[in-house]
Each structure stands twice: as structure tokens, then as C-alpha cells.
Design a binder for this molecule. Sequence first.
Ligand code: CNA
Length: 253
Amino acid sequence: MTRTINDPLDTLTSWLAGSRSTVFFGGAGVSTASGIPDFRSAAGLYATQRGDGRSPEYMLSHECLVDEPEEFFKFHRTNLVHPDAKPNRAHTALAELEKAGRLAAVITQNIDGLHQMAGSKTVYELHGSVERNYCMGAAHHFYPLDEIPDEPVVPICPKCGAIVRPDVVLYGEMLDPATIDASIEAIERADVLIVGGTSLNVYPAAGLLQYYRGRKLALINLSTTPMDSRADLVIADRVDEVLGEVCDRVLQS
Ligand code: CNA
């Protein structure tokens, strides 16, 4: 990555170096370098899905899970479960910054579990995780991803016969109130807020940014977002490269 004077990365590095509480808020763009497509890029899931008239929103809805479980799990297993994906530099940089006491929390809309795999400890998963699954019977028997069939079938709980669903927030479902509260608290306490790899189109998640009161809001995204005019620093670049370089600079300083 070649940079010039007045490098925005210098600004971000100095913000982080002088910060008491930095929070990162991210989305699907954080994991594209791990080979997981996002939703809204040209190569994203919404552009590449073809076919039978069902929208991606419907395929990822509570309604689809209940009415057409076979179709739901075919879509889910094929498009949202990536068991071989590994953390990229964005994930590892955030984990390193947290370990060094430079990052208070990661708030993510992602459901891929890659932040935890990279070593991040304080991770608020607004939309849940495909790593966790539970049966829809009364007992909610829990199953980690590696106990779910590695094929697009409807998983059935061996204990009660109910469908085993992913612990993700589907369209038509509510976000977990405790996760929202913890995220709001982290954002309210943050003096630096870094937002990256998200189109900021999905609510209520994107709305949480309104709780930031500081004047060091950095936005790192390949395409424009509705928050660009509100940001104090906009970096239209790859979040994995930017975070990697800023992390190296902060930890060397
Ligand atoms: P989105 O709406 O698809 O937006 C992604 C944004 O990231 C776009 O604006 C891209 O321009 C940008 N982008 C892509 N790659 C990079 C990169 N390397 N560096 C910087 N910017 C990049 O996704 P959002 O997260 O905003 O939308 C929220 C949805 C997407 C949530 O409900 C997620 O659960 C869902 N999702 C998650 C995953 C995952 O867990 N990895 C994958 C696909 C979708």
C-alpha cells in the first residue's frame, strides 16, 4: 500500500494511539478477503443470486425457515456457511489491537465467527453466528456447527426431532436486546469509532452509530455509505489492508 503526505492512515494511527476507548463496528466487507461474499457489492450475494423469483431477503427470513425449511437450509448452507474460511488481516489486526489494550470491542453484523477465530475476546454479534445452532423444540438443544450435517439438508435434533436452526437473526426476527445494550454502551463510551466493510443499509444495526458522541469517526469502505458525510475521516480502501497497516503502525509506536 503506497501512501502520500497527509496520509489518512497517519490520522487514524494518531487517533488510536491517543485513544482511551476505541470501538470497531463492521460488516460483511470485513470478511470478503477471507473469501466470503458480502451482500451488496458487484460480486455480492444479491447480485449473483439468480433464479426462482425468491429474493435473498425472503430466503433469509423467519417466514422462509418456517414455510419452506428445505429451501431455507439449501440457501443457508450454500451461501452463508463457510467452514473453511480463515480470518484475514482485518480480523487479526483487530485481535492484536485488543490484546495490546488498544481496542475495547468489536461490534459486528457478521455471522461467520471469524473475529473469535482470530482471537478477539469482546465481540458483540448483532446478527448472531452460524457457529451456533439450536433446535426449535422447547428444550432448545444446542449444537456447534461441526455437529450439523455438512450438506444442504434440514438438520433434525436427534434428541427431540425438531428442526435445528442457526442462531442468526433472520429478517422478521428481533435482535438480542442484551447484545444491543452492550453495543450501545460500548459506542457511547468510545472516543474513537472505526466503521468498516459495511454498506450501513441494514437496520436496526446501522442505527446504533447514532449513539456515538465523539468527533473521531473513521469510515473505511470500498463504496460510499449514508454515513460518509457524518464521518470525520473517510478512507475508500480495503478494510483488511487499512486495519493491517494502522495496527502495525500503532503497535510499533
Ligand atoms: P453489505 O451490505 O453487503 O455491505 C458490505 C460493504 O462492504 C459494501 O459497501 C462493500 O463496498 C464493502 N466492502 C466489501 N469488501 C470490502 C473490503 N475488502 N474493504 C472495505 N470495504 C469492503 O453488508 P453489511 O454487513 O453492511 O450488511 C449487513 C448484513 C450482511 C448482515 O446482516 C450480515 O449478516 C450479512 N452478511 C454477513 C456475512 C458474513 O458474516 N461474513 C456475509 C454476507 C452478508
